[in-house]
Ligand binder design. Structure first.
Ligand SMILES: *Cc1c(COP(=O)(O)O)cnc(C)c1O
Length: 381
C-alpha cells in the first residue's frame, strides 16, 4: 500500500481534493496512540499487540511510539517485521501449530514465548527450543459465549488436557504459563472472569505455579452507534478475577488485543459506483476488500455519506441492499444498510472503526481493492 507523505486535515479535505475512484483508508496516528495509552494505563499487566489484525508498518511504528513493547506474532513473516521495526520488543509466538522450519526461525530471532494446545506440538518445541528462559503458555478453551464467533473451534486444549500439558511443560524446564483467547469482538466481560477462574483450577490441578496468565485479545471495538464497548470495566473485571482466583499466587497478566487497539484509528471511504435503478447500492469496496469481516461479525452502522466535494449528506435514512464491486454474488454486505436518501452516485460512504481485519485481509479479487492509505489529523469532518 502506498503511503503519501502528506498529512491531511480530515477525510473530506482529501476526498474533495483527489476525488479518488478507489477505496481509501484514513488513518489517525493520534487516535491509535491514544487507544494504546488507554490499554497501557488501564490494563493491569503487560499489553501486547496481535499483529495479524493490522500489520501495516505505520500501525506497528505508532504503537511502539505510544509505548507498546510486546507483540503477539503467528508466523516468521510477522516475527521478522517486528524484529525490524521494534528490535527490543518481546515476541509471543502464540500460534499453537508451527512447522519445524518456522520454529527454527523463531529460535534464531530470539522468541522466548510460545503457546501450545497439544502433546505433539509441545514435544516438537521441547525438541527444538532450549528450555532455559523460555515460556510455554498452555492454551485452553471453554464453551464460553460472548464473542462474535467461536475461536475454540480451532485452537485450545480442553481443561483436562491443559492440566497435563502444563505439568509436562514445567517438567521440561520451560517457564509454565497459561493462555486463552475468548474470541474476537467479545462484548461480555464475564467471559474473561470464567476463563480466569478456570485457569486457577488448571494450575492447582497440575500442581504448577504459573508465571503468567495471558488473557488473550477479543476486546471489542465500537461497531454500532448504540453499543459502546466497556473496555475499562473489562479491565476491572480481569483484575478482580485474577486476585480472587489466584490470591497470593497471582501470576503476571498479559493481554494481546488486535481489534481493540487498531480498529478505531481507521475510517474507510468507499465510493458509490452506482445506485442501480434507484434501488441497489454498489460500492467500490466489499467483502473481498476492506469490508471482509462484515458477513462474519455483522455490519458497522457508524456510517456517514459525503458528496464528492466533501459535504455531509443529511437526508432521511433509507434501507438499501448494498453490494461490493466484484462479479461474485457473495459480495454483498449483510442485511440492508441505512443510507441518507439524498445519496448520489459518486458519493463516498465512510465506515468508522475499520482498522482491524480490513487492510490485512483485502484480497484484490477481480482486480478491485487498490486501497490508498491517507494520514489525517482528525477522522471527523
Ligand atoms: C487473533 C488473535 C488475537 C487478537 O484478537 P482480537 O479479537 O483482534 O483482539 C489475540 N490472540 C490470539 C491468540 C489470536 O489468534
Amino acid at each position: 500500500m502506498g503511503l503519501s507523505k502528506t498529512i491531511w486535515t480530515n477525510p473530506s479535505e482529501f476526498l474533495a481534493r483527489s476525488m479518488p475512484d478507489a477505496p481509501v483508508m484514513f488513518f489517525s496516528p493520534a487516535v491509535l496512540q491514544a487507544t494504546a495509552r488507554r490499554f497501557l494505563d488501564g490494563f493491569p499487566g503487560f499489553v501486547t499487540y496481535a499483529v495479524k489484525s493490522n500489520p501495516d508498518r505505520i500501525v506497528v511504528e505508532n504503537l511502539a511510539a505510544a509505548g507498546i513493547r510486546g507483540f503477539d506474532v503467528a508466523s516468521p513473516e510477522e516475527i521478522r517485521l517486528i524484529r525490524q521495526l521494534v528490535p527490543d520488543a518481546a515476541l509471543h509466538y502464540n500460534n499453537p501449530v508451527r512447522s519445524r522450519a518456522e520454529i527454527a526461525v523463531a529460535v534464531e530471532l530470539g522468541v522466548k514465548s510460545y503457546s501450545v494446545d497439544s502433546h505433539s506440538e509441545l514435544a516438537k518445541l521441547a525438541e527444538l527450543v532450549p528450555a532455559e528462559g523460555t515460556e510455554i503458555s498452555v492454551r485452553f478453551k471453554l464453551p464460553v459465549q460472548g464473542a462474535a464467533y467461536n475461536f475454540g473451534a480451532k485452537f485450545g486444549a480442553t481443561v483436562e488436557l491443559a492440566v497435563e500439558l502444563l505439568r509436562e511443560a514445567a517438567g521440561h524446564g520451560f517457564i509454565p504459563s497459561l493462555t486463552f483467547h475468548p474470541g474476537t469482538q467479545c462484548t461480555d466481560p464475564a467471559a474473561w472472569e470464567t476463563y480466569i477462574l478456570t485457569a486457577a483450577e488448571i494450575a492447582r490441578d497440575a500442581g504448577v505455579t504459573i508465571a503468567r496468565l495471558n488473557v488473550g485479545g477479543g476486546f471489542p471495538s465500537h461497531r454500532l452507534n448504540d453499543v459502546m464497548p466497556r473496555i475499562e470495566s473489562t479491565f476491572a473485571m480481569i483484575d478482580l478475577a485474577a486476585t480472587a482466583a489466584f490470591g497470593e499466587n497471582r501470576p503476571q497478566l498479559v493481554c494481546e488485543p488486535g481489534r481493540g487497539l487498531c480498529a478505531e484509528a481507521f475510517v474507510l471511504a468507499a465510493r458509490v459506483k452506482a445506485i442501480r435503478d434507484g434501488a441497489h447500492v454498489f460500492l467500490n469496496d466489499g467483502v473481498y476488500g476492506a469490508l471482509a469481516e462484515l458477513p462474519m461479525i455483522g455490519v458497522i452502522d457508524r456510517i456517514e455519506v459525503r458528496s464528492e466535494t466533501g459535504a455531509l449528506r443529511t437526508g432521511e435514512g433509507v434501507s438499501r441492499i448494498c453490494f461490493g464491486p466484484t462479479c461474485d454474488s457473495v459480495d454483498r454486505l449483510p442485511g440492508e444498510i441505512t443510507f441518507p436518501e439524498d445519496m448520489e452516485e459518486g458519493d463516498y460512504v465512510l465506515f468508522r472503526g475499520l482498522g482491524a481485519y480490513s487492510m490485512a485481509t483485502n484480497t484484490r479479487f477481480n482486480g478491485f481493492g487498490d486501497l490508498t492509505l491517507a494520514t489525517v489529523l482528525a477522522l471527523r469532518g
